[in-house]
Ligand binder design. Structure first.
Ligand SMILES: [Zn+2]
Length: 311
């Protein structure tokens, strides 16, 4: 059972479509020109890694700007709804105040009429009217008091929202400035590198390029071409058998890491290139850290896989 699972987990990534594996066994590739091809591919990887690094630098900023813009929209909507609520409460209080004024005027009128009544029935009727207007007036007073409390609360929330909105708007302005700065700073380099990448790509066999793009898009660190590092794959850190290491050194054919599907190139490639692209080292070093986690996972399936292949 364990063996079956191991077979499934090791190889499938690499087999679909054009990959370095299918190129590896292709007969059309001339061994004598292979070193040049591999070097071009490695140059392309270094250039693309530098472009990746620029995008990584911008990384979270565009997202943070978007988040702040969303947050600001939320505050604005809340402020608009609170403003409407405040206006409605104020209008209600004003209408109740108007009711009281009306009730008081009515009471005054009824009192005057009561002074000139002709009989008891009229007197009682007017007294009841006055009593009713007084009760109505009291009720209005209570409603005014209750709503004034609510109004104070709502105004506090409204003011807090305004403060919050102002803060987020300041944050947004700062983030935008930061992002613009980085974009401006790296714009030129990005343009040059993209041009360089295109130039290298134009010299590479389309099938090889397709395989490169495919492996790169699948790899978490976007590395499709890696060097041998101390006898191990520079992408997944699995050990490479000595005979394969010799084959890689000779650069006569494409050698693919059997664990991660990345193309392996000689450790000497960088030495020969000299210091043509020193900046390329930084993103690679960063990504290596991340891929250590993957290598641990891959290592788990490794012993079982070996057993499986022996059968
Ligand atoms: Zn590997």
């Amino acid at each position: 059972m364990a063996t079956k699972q191991a077979i499934k987990t090791v190889s499938p990534k690499v087999v679909k479509g054009e990959t370095f594996v299918s190129l590896q066994i292709s007969k059309n590739l001339d061994p004598d020109s292979m070193e040049k091809k591999l070097k071009l591919l490695y140059e392309l990887q270094k250039t693309d890694s530098r472009i990746d690094k620029i995008y990584m630098l911008r990384g979270e900023l565009p997202l943070e700007v978007q988040d702040l813009e969303d947050e600001i929209l939320g505050h604005k909507a809340k402020i608009a709804s609170l403003a409407k609520e405040v206006k409605d409460i104020e209008a209600f209080i004003a209408s109740k105040k108007q009711d009281i004024v009306g009730a008081k005027a009515a009471i005054k009128k009824y009192e005057q009429q009561r002074n000139n009544v002709k009989n008891n029935r009229e007197f009682d009727s007017l007294s009841k009217e006055i009593e009713y207007q007084e009760l109505d007036s009291q009720l209005s007073e209570k409603k005014i008091a209750d709503n004034t409390k609510i109004l104070v609360e709502r105004k506090e929330i409204y003011n807090a929202e305004i403060t919050e909105l102002t803060g987020r708007q300041e944050d947004l302005a700062n983030k935008k400035k930061e992002l613009d700065g980085i974009v401006k700073e790296t714009e030129r380099e990005e343009k040059d590198l993209l041009k360089q990448s295109e130039e290298i790509q134009s010299q590479i066999d389309p099938r090889m390029l397709a395989a490169y793009e495919k492996v790169r898009s699948n790899a978490r660190n976007k590395m499709a071409v890696v060097k041998v590092v101390r006898g191990a794959c520079g992408g997944c850190f699995n050990k490479i058998p000595p005979q394969r290491q010799i084959d890689i050194e000779s650069s006569k054919r494409i050698i693919v890491c059997e664990y991660c599907g990345r193309i392996l190139v000689s450790e000497k490639f960088d030495e020969e290139e000299g210091k043509s692209a020193p900046k390329a080292e930084a993103p690679i070093a960063k990504e290596v850290k991340k891929s250590t986690k993957t290598s641990a996972k891959e290592a788990e399936t490794k012993p079982a896989a070996k057993k499986a292949t022996k059968k």
